[in-house]
Design a protein around this ligand. Structure first.
Ligand SMILES: Nc1nc2c(ncn2[C@@H]2O[C@H](COP(=O)(O)OP(=O)(O)OP(=O)(O)O)[C@@H](O)[C@H]2O)c(=O)[nH]1
Ligand SMILES: [Mg+2]
Length: 340
């Protein structure tokens, strides 16, 4: 350890000798300095020397450290035990196992808090399920018009499965239930969209038409006034482009449209999904179609998007097939699925 010593009035030789007497013959002199005589005579500073000296601490040899360590048996910490003993970082009032499952399925923390808020400590799983269900949309189907066709438009970001969902709905109401269904297509933007649409309609055995303006939409709806259902497929819309959103609004807000369904692919980042919901919300919609349920475990995104909201229609698709894999959301089943 180094230390600095001052020797007033001493010569350098005297001071070094004194250091060696104090610290022993192995003392190392690191630095020396002569102190100048300064100040007035009554001040004590009479010059001298300042020495920085010290004795090197002997470090034990590395090999002896190892030998020493080998003598002591120090067990590794039991990590599993630590994890188990860590205080549970619970977020909500929900039972810990259920909360863990919901988190794993992607339910957001704020929704968990709300889910837990209405629960009592004595609630069993049955009661919890019932309470959660009340905040989800009730099972509701698109119903055909009476005397007039019911017009249902699907819209949303590009590639989310709008055309596929329109075909699935047409297949369900047309071929399966024997209703008169007409398909309208507003997508003239994407290459081959019209041909693809016509081909789907032929395959499903329903009439179809492409429209280029809201005036044409009016005329088409009037033309098929005796149909039960008209499904309108729209071009993919980037909600971050204000212009595109406004153009979509002029079509979607058409007076003759009864239901406006926002089509979202459920395996999208929840931040983007929430953002889309808000941006397309400016246009206004009455329900959702969530697609690609077959490609994700993150059913929690459905909870995140519909929890406590008013839109009541909600369809789920789970495959590329055009005639199957679409059903109305059944809140009981969704909760069962997520509780499993
Ligand atoms: N796995 C799976 N694939 C789907 C589902 N729905 C649609 N797809 C597929 O997603 C792709 C895009 O589907 P489209 O129906 O063309 O999507 P879109 O929203 O009409 O696309 P744009 O008109 O270009 O905006 C196709 O390959 C579909 O087969 C689904 O529920 N599950
Ligand atoms: Mg399409």
């Amino acid at each position: 350890m180094k230390q600095v010593k001052r020797f007033k009035g001493s010569s350098m030789q005297e001071a070094i000798q004194q250091v060696r007497e104090e610290l022993g013959p192995e003392a190392i002199i690191y630095q020396t300095r002569r102190l100048k005589k300064r100040g007035f005579w009554w001040m004590e500073n009479q010059g001298g020397v300042e020495i920085m000296a010290g004795v090197e601490e002997k470090k034990p040899e590395f090999s002896s450290l190892i030998k020493e360590a080998a003598k002591k048996e120090v067990p590794f910490p039991d990590i599993q035990e630590e994890i188990r003993l860590k205080p549970a970082q619970k977020i909500s009032n929900l039972p810990p196992n259920l909360e863990k499952k919901l988190l794993q399925r992607g339910v957001k923390r704020e929704i968990l808090l709300e889910m837990g808020a209405g629960l009592a400590a004595v609630d069993n799983y049955g009661l919890i399920k019932e309470k959660i269900q009340t905040k989800l949309p009730r099972e509701k189907q698109i119903h055909p018009g009476e005397g007039f066709p019911r017009v249902v438009a699907l819209f949303g970001p590009t590639g989310t499965g709008k055309t596929t969902a329109v075909a699935k709905l047409a297949g369900n109401f047309g071929r399966k239930r024997g209703l008169r269904v007409v398909l309208l297509n507003q997508d003239t933007k994407r290459l081959g969209a019209e041909e693809h649409f016509d081909m789907l309609a032929r395959e499903l055995g329903v009439e179809s038409e492409t429209i280029f303006s809201s005036g044409e939409l009016t005329r088409a709806i009037e033309k098929y006034f005796d149909a039960d259902l008209i499904f309108l497929d729209t071009a993919g819309c980037n909600p971050l482009q204000r212009e595109e959103l406004l153009q979509m609004k002029t079509i979607i807000r058409h007076d003759f449209i009864d239901e406006r369904l926002l089509v979202l692919s459920i395996n999208t980042r929840i931040e983007d999904l929430t953002d889309y919901r808000e941006r397309f919300g400016e246009i206004g919609f009455s329900g959702f179609v969530f697609t690609r349920l077959d490609e994700t475990q993150a059913l929690g995104n459905i909870f995140n998007l519909v929890w406590g909201r008013e839109e009541s229609l909600c369809y789920l698709t789970s495959g590329q097939g055009v005639t199957d894999d679409i059903q109305a959301l059944q809140p009981g089943k969704l909760v069962d699925e997520i509780f499993q």
